[in-house]
Design a protein around this ligand. Structure first.
Ligand code: 3PG
Length: 214
C-alpha cells in the first residue's frame, strides 16, 4: 500500500464514525439513497458488489453524487478490484484477504481496506504493506476483546469493525484506540429503500453521524 493510498483510506475512515454498507437492488434507488445519506452527514458509501448492477451503481454515483466518496465493498478478486476502480470507486473494501489479492497489492488500482479476522491474516496483510483494516465479521469474530488483544502485538494497525455493529454497541467500539470508524448496514434498511423512505434514511444517517465514543 503506497503512502498515497494509505492517506486516501485514512481520509475515508476519518470522514465520520460510520460507513454504511449498502446493497442496492434497483439502480434507480442509488442516487436518492446516496443523497439521503449525504443529507444526514454521511459521505463515505460502501456499495457492495453483491448485486448484478453494483458496478453500474458505482459509476452512476461517481458521476451524479460527486460529494460522496464511493467505496466498492465485497471485493473478493483482483478482477473486481480493477473493475470497481474503473467504474469510479475511490476505494475498495474486502471481507477477507486471499493470496491473489495480496499478490495484486503492489499494482493496486485504488486503495483497499482488506478484511481480517485473525492475527495470522493481519500479519500477512501487514507483510504486504497494509495497515488499515476492516475487522470482519466484528461481533462474530471476537468483537471488542479481540480488537483490544490485537492492540498489543499490532499497535500500528487501525480498524473499521463491521458485522454485527449497531447504534447500541458502536460507541463502545469507537472508544477503542485502534478503531477509526465502524461499518454497518443499519443506515439503509432494505424496506426503507424499497419504499423510498429517504427521510428515514436521512434520520438514521444523522443519528449515525452524531455517534460519539462512549
Ligand atoms: C457486511 O455485509 O459487509 C457487513 O456484514 C454488514 O454487517 P451488518 O449487516 O451486521 O451491519
Amino acid at each position: 500500500m503506497s503512502p498515497e493510498h494509505t492517506q486516501l483510506i485514512d481520509g475515508a475512515l476519518r470522514s465520520g464514525p460510520v460507513i454504511p454498507v449498502l446493497v442496492i437492488e434497483r439502480t434507480d434507488d442509488a442516487v436518492p439513497l446516496a443523497r439521503a445519506l449525504l443529507a444526514g452527514g454521511v459521505r463515505v458509501l460502501e456499495v457492495t458488489l453483491r448485486t448484478p448492477n453494483a458496478l453500474e451503481v458505482i459509476t452512476l454515483l461517481a458521476r451524479q453524487v460527486p460529494d460522496a466518496i464511493v467505496a466498492a465493498g465485497t471485493i473478493t478478486t483482483p478482477e473486481q478490484w480493477d473493475a470497481a476502480a474503473r467504474a469510479g470507486a475511490r476505494l475498495g473494501v474486502s471481507p477477507g484477504l486471499t493470496p491473489r489479492l495480496l499478490d495484486a497489492a503492489p499494482h493496486a488500482p485504488m486503495p483497499l481496506l482488506p478484511g481480517v479476522a485473525t492475527a495470522s491474516e493481519l500479519m500477512s496483510a501487514m507483510d504486504a504493506g497494509f495497515s488499515r483494516f476492516k475487522f470482519f465479521p466484528a461481533q462474530q469474530a471476537g468483537g471488542m476483546p479481540m480488537l483490544k488483544a490485537f492492540g498489543g502485538p499490532f499497535p500500528e494497525a487501525v480498524f473499521c469493525p463491521t458485522g454485527g455493529i449497531s447504534p447500541d454497541n458502536a460507541p463502545d467500539y469507537l472508544a477503542l484506540p485502534n478503531v477509526a470508524c465502524v461499518g454497518g448496514s443499519w443506515l439503509a434498511p432494505a424496506e426503507a429503500v424499497r419504499e423510498g423512505d429517504w427521510d428515514r434514511i436521512t434520520q438514521l444517517a444523522q443519528a449515525a453521524a452524531a455517534l460519539l465514543p462512549r
